[in-house]
Design a protein. Sequence first.
Length: 400
Amino acid sequence: MSSRPLSPPPRLAKTAARLFSDRFGAAPRWVVAAPGRVNLIGEHTDYNGGYVLPLAIDRHVVVAGGPAAGSEIRLQAYSAALDRSVDIRLDGSDAPGEPSWANYLRGIVSAFCQRGLAPPSLNAVILSDVPIGGGLSSSAALEVATATLLEAATGARLDPWDKARLCQRAEHDFAGVPCGMMDQLTSVLGDETGALLIDCGSQDVRVVPFGDPDVEVVICNSNVKHALADGFYARRRSECADAARLLGVSSLRDATPDMVEASGKIADPTVRRRARHVVTENLRTLAAAGHLEACEFAKVGALMYESHRSLRDDFEVSSTELDVLVDIARELGEANGVLGARMTGGGFGGCIVSLVRSKHVETVATRLERDYAARTGNTATTFVSRPTRGAGLIEPAAMA
């Protein structure tokens, strides 16, 4: 668990602590937080051993927790967003089930118990301002926040990569999503000075500074929720595995664009397109990290547009709504402060991410929301985020 105290929005921390006190009649012993994430570039490359460039955002899942009285060893967790409670046995015996949101908690509890870290009886209140189904890793933030609470309750200190793996496994086994580890790792290791260039093959992580006050990360939510457990995500992952097998490599990280295009081994054009996206996205991600470090934001933006086209045409995980938002951003262009935009997250809905000159942010947000409504009849919501720190305990001053 991070030894550095966190300072997420005081309102969120105060509200979580107050809800806990109102519900359980005592102040929480611990309040922990884990951020969501936005991925600047490097989509569907993590489970292919490739490169990603995410940053933790200043939207958090906050969990207030404390010891529970009584002889029954269980976690009673209350979701403020859903106004629902669930009881989870703390011996690791719970299987996936209903309500489905509790499967993320069940998976974390099970993983701790498998390591001999069975927690004591606990009460918990969960509060979040990470948009659900927006491709900003609300599920990973919930997993990491739960793991952080259990670290505090058991006195354990998990290695950051080990903690991320534990949370990833919970999502695989209890939520049915065969995700990579980018989301969980970013929530654990987020850094307030910049984005994380993560090599998902070698497990190297490097902070790429992003401190230019003249450029902002603007996130626009299409408010079309995605659902990665519906089979589309698993199908894409299977297609990538097929491509790697046909090319004779352990993962698509080890393939090149020339290998994909020149090889007659991939007869299925769909599988070839999936492979082409992954191998070109790895190159775009490495190039974008270099340009970001050099503050060459227009070059980063150009790569973001390329990434979106690849995700739309080759990987086929975009949606009409996401395409409309990226089209609006592109039409605004550099003259109106937009340097680049792309869908972010697993796809099939959710958000786009844009790099925007700071003085144009308000105008760009207004245009994105107005033009999106005019073209789709739907309502988009926009916010700005700077990089933030990964999961940990919230400092008491934040709740004073």
